[in-house]
Design a protein around this ligand. Structure first.
Ligand code: WTA
Length: 692
């Protein structure tokens, strides 16, 4: 039976025009999934949940939009109340809580002191198990943030300056974020695992003069000399010069890096803090619409996009979703395993949980080191009752220790997953083994651009459905369009491009210094550009999705030139341009190869310039270069040096064909290629490699 018809009979097929990337097949993961049964949350969970009123969906329905978001805004403490909930007069640049003034640090720290001063705000779990947990109470957090804020002011950091961070998973990261927020500076954290080049590019783009880093940290049993990367970053900066490098010490008072301090540039924070004991800095009252932070993410070009997030809208949205969706109560212990270097950590380790007085765990290490019981020991030790991670982590923990959870005495009330589609089978293992059949699971769909979760079920209000994220969050109205802009209805069995109908407070405001790219990337496909009516604008997420008759969405993966590896977005162009910096490389093409643990891994095809010969060494050199340029996460799992690329007559590389080869699928129609004979050559080469 032809594949298309079979898929139609199974209920789902992809109607996308056969653009190059559609067949690369992140979507293919999910396309064959069957309708799954519904699983009800336990009564015990419902009884204690923050949000048990079905009326919330009515309250946040379109007829109450945009005023409905007052409910989230009211969760914060404002210095001056806003006058206009949404100013949509200049779409798609939307302003929330206009006229309002507040401080994000005050909302996450100061206002909890009276009631929760001596309660843990942050629990730091160091990687070495013989090092004790650090319990940082709200009062202690307040002290440390104030002292560091005072230091930053003396370092010349001013309101609206962008301070770049390159920090690992340590308590000093949220402390630095909150200190910036306190004085009205904008932070831009670059994931600790990213390369010095990635840091330099982002610091350049943001015109940062100050870099905050750490001397060293632990990762899978190794001590990483992190400060060494800061030296490289400073040297690699092109446009702006980083004038000051502020260095936290992993062990205060004991500098642990092989690189010397540069006189007049490098400062040991812990030394300097001695002079700031007891110093207090008034939280600066900021307009709601000012920027809180930048978070760079991959797009379809080689240049990462600095997503600019606001103070009032963003913080309201993460507070609201932390309370209603992640069901965090001040007496819970909440652990999100994501890295704060990604948006999930910003929103759901730091700002969301702290804004509602949670206890948030920060873990330095990896969940399978030194063994697969590590996570469950932390959960048991700290009485974690809300656990948040990604499908990749779940697959990894399952592979390393399928029965480990049984050995530990912990109980989760809620478990969350984020970052990539989760296969129903993996979902069930998570539910039965990790959650011991007790915990409710939420599958949360969103993106760096969105600030907070936009697609998920409120856990006490809707049944769980393995593999589906659920419905739009309150006040979020997703809609699926086909390529021609026709709406694809729920239950039609067809997939399309998922979009969001109305703006919401958590959404980013623009791309830093590039408003045109913001409009072009997110609002050109389905919006009536030029219209003054904000209802003519649809946010285009770049994900394929299908909506079941019951309204729940299943996200099928990226439809653009972005690969999701282990829950992280990598731009194919970013990787290709790194490969192209090797003098031997003439052309390169990146495709996603399915991987049982990481969802996808990167396969890199390269053709060499005349005069260069393929070799194992060269493959390794190219692989390493990508690792150094972007970070280990982008390092291709396969580098294939091929005699030529499959190309159309107009000279475009057909990535679709390469993706099919990488994933051992049929290549489909290759008659339009200028060099169809190359397909067999590459196929044989890859098969030989697999055998070898
Ligand atoms: C994917 C991470 C399926 C999606 C918060 C999106 C998901 C990209 C889910 C954003 C989910 C995120 N189910 N796919 N629950 N959550 N994605 O910017 O393709 O790092 O566009 O933000 O991850 O990745 P980002």
């Amino acid at each position: 039976m032809p594949k298309m018809i079979k898929e139609r009979q199974e209920g789902i097929f992809l109607p996308f025009a056969p653009r190059e990337y559609d067949a690369v097949g992140e979507e293919a993961i999910a396309v064959h999934w069957k309708e799954e049964e519904l699983i009800q949350p336990k009564e015990e969970f419902i009884r204690q949940a923050n949000m048990t009123d079905v009326g919330i969906y009515e309250r946040f329905s379109e007829k109450n939009y945009p005023e409905c978001f007052k409910e989230y805004g009211d969760m914060l403490s404002w210095d001056r109340y806003w006058t206009e909930t949404l100013d949509a007069s200049n779409p798609p640049f939307f302003k929330w809580f206009v006229g309002g003034k507040l401080n994000a640090c005050y909302n996450c720290v100061d206002r909890h002191l009276q009631k929760y001063g001596n309660k843990a705000a942050i629990i730091f779990a160091p990687e070495p198990e013989d090092e004790p947990y650090q319990f940082i109470t709200y009062r202690e957090l307040h002290r440390r943030v104030n002292e560091f804020a005072a230091l930053l002011l003396d370092m010349g950091v001013k309101e609206n300056d962008v301070v770049t961070f390159h920090l690992p998973m340590v308590a000093e990261l949220p402390i630095s974020m909150l200190a910036c927020a306190r004085i009205g500076a904008i932070h831009s954290e670059v994931f600790g695992g990213f390369s010095s080049k990635a840091v330099a590019e982002r610091a350049d783009d943001a015109e940062s003069k100050v870099l905050i880093t750490m001397d060293s940290y632990y990762r899978s049993g190794r001590v990483i000399d992190h400060k060494a990367r800061a030296d490289e970053s400073v040297n690699l900066c092109k446009e702006t010069k980083i004038e000051k490098v502020l260095i936290w010490e992993r062990y205060p008072g004991k500098y642990s890096s092989s690189t010397p301090l540069v006189e007049g540039r490098d400062y040991l924070i812990n030394d300097l803090l001695e002079n700031y004991r007891g110093k207090r800095v008034e939280p600066l009252s900021k307009p709601a619409e000012d920027a809180l932070f930048l978070m760079y993410t991959s797009g379809t070009t080689a240049r990462p996009k600095g997503c600019q997030h606001s103070i009032g809208g963003y913080l309201s949205y993460v507070a609201g979703t932390s309370k209603y969706l992640f069901d965090i109560h001040p007496e819970d212990t909440y652990w999100c395993l994501a890295d704060i270097g990604w948006i999930t950590g910003h929103s759901y380790i730091v700002y969301g949980p702290l804004s509602i007085a949670a206890t948030s765990v920060i873990f330095e290490g990896t969940p399978t080191y030194p063994d697969a019981g590590r996570s469950w020991r932390i959960a048991e030790d700290l009485h974690v009752n809300i656990f948040h991670t990604s499908p990749t982590m779940i697959r990894m923990i399952r592979r390393e220790g399928p029965d480990e959870p049984d050995k530990y005495d912990y109980h989760f009330k809620l478990m969350c997953t984020v970052g990539e589609p989760i296969e129903p089978e993996v979902w069930r293992w998570y539910y039965e083994k990790v959650g011991k059949g007790e915990a409710t699971i939420i599958d949360t769909w969103w993106q760096t651009e969105n600030g907070g979760v936009i697609g998920s079920n409120l856990p006490a209000l809707r049944a769980m459905k393995p593999g589906s994220c659920g419905i739009g969050m309150p006040g979020i109205y997703p809609i699926i369009f086909d390529d021609d802009g026709n709406e694809i209805k729920a239950g039609s069995g067809k997939a399309g491009n998922i979009c969001i109908k109305r703006p919401w407070p958590g959404s980013f405001q623009t791309i830093w210094k590039d408003p045109d790219r913001y409009v072009e990337t997110y609002y050109s496909k389905y919006s009536k550009l030029g219209s003054k009516d904000y209802r003519d604008y649809y946010y285009f997420a770049g994900d394929g999705a299908v909506q079941a008759a019951d309204g729940s969405f299943r996200i099928l993966g990226r439809i653009d030139d972005v690969i999701n590896v282990a829950g992280h977005r990598l731009g194919t162009k970013e990787i290709e341009s790194s490969a192209g910096t090797n003098e031997e490389v003439a052309e390169s093409a990146v495709v996603a190869r399915k991987d049982p643990i990481k969802g996808n891994v990167v396969d890199l095809y390269v053709a060499l310039k005349p005069g260069f010969e393929p070799s194992k060494e060269l493959e390794e050199k190219i692989r390493k270069k990508v690792g150094t340029d972007i970070g280990p996460i982008a390092r291709p799992s396969g580098v294939h040096i091929v005699p030529d690329m499959p190309k159309t007559r107009s000279g475009k590389i057909m990535r679709r064909v390469l993706a099919a080869i990488s994933n051992q699928r049929e290549c489909g129609d290759t008659t339009s290629l200028a060099n169809p004979e190359i397909v067999e050559v590459i196929k044989n080469q890859i098969q030989e490699q697999e055998k070898g």
